[in-house]
Design a protein around this ligand. Sequence first.
Ligand code: NAD
Length: 265
Amino acid sequence: MKFAVTSKGDNVSNSLMQKIKTYLQDFSLEYDEDKPDICISVGGDGTLLYAFHRYRNRLDRTAFVGVHTGHLGFYADWIPEEIEKLVIAIAKTPYQVIEYPLLEVIVRYKDGGKESRYLALNECTVKRAEGTLVVDLEIKGDIFETFRGDGLCISTPSGSTAYNKALNGAILHPSIEAIQITEMASINNRVFRTVGSPLILPSHHTCMIKPVNADDFSITIDHLNIFHSDVKSIQCRVAHEKVRFARFRPFPFWQRVRESFVADE
Ligand code: NAD
């Protein structure tokens, strides 16, 4: 089996990365940074997001596991003291793989040029670099509302505990194939009106964001921020691809939610 290790880049994560690499090579596993079967991310959720985007073209062949060197992460749930146990588990046991849904984002341009396709593990946000975002939101081909405000967040179930949660979105179990749309500070008065509640779309529904006047947007895909101009539409739906996590022990989602947000034991 081939493996790769990514690190957050600080001293603690780097030395842990080196340890994991040496231990796994001692078990005769091959280090392959380009085509790993498993990628061990050492740092935090941000490090795992980075690893996900590094291997997004081989998601069907690379599984991920996260070790956290800071606070408990949603994707990074192993602690440094457990790495001997983790290394032995990786080397010795055929591991279980669990799959989580992803968000597909397609940006199309008015000049009919090449469209841009992205996959997000957490979410996509759409904002204006300057001024209020004014867009039409279509769901399944029908106009749903004209949104005016700071922005829109479209998240995956596993990303529902990230930015989406800060926007009062619901926490979705990652076994649910859906995406969630949440508003960022919508303008609501007697003239302008939005639904105000988070919307959860099933996998066979697509949402389309279309500019009303200004067509330049600041679009984030997880930690990446990309500026797009001349935009005709931004299409979001559940992706065909899934992210695969290597599981070596049970750590139920709701337990992770509780330990992260409610109580730490
Ligand atoms: P960062 O280092 O600022 O991380 C932000 C925090 O989000 C970290 O504490 C991280 O552990 C947590 N996080 C990431 N994914 C999570 C998940 N699925 N569930 C629960 N917590 C999660 O930024 P970064 O490392 O570049 O990560 C980018 C992510 O930051 C984005 O995908 C977005 O979800 C999140 N973010 C959150 C807010 C907010 O909560 N107001 C604002 C901007 C970005």
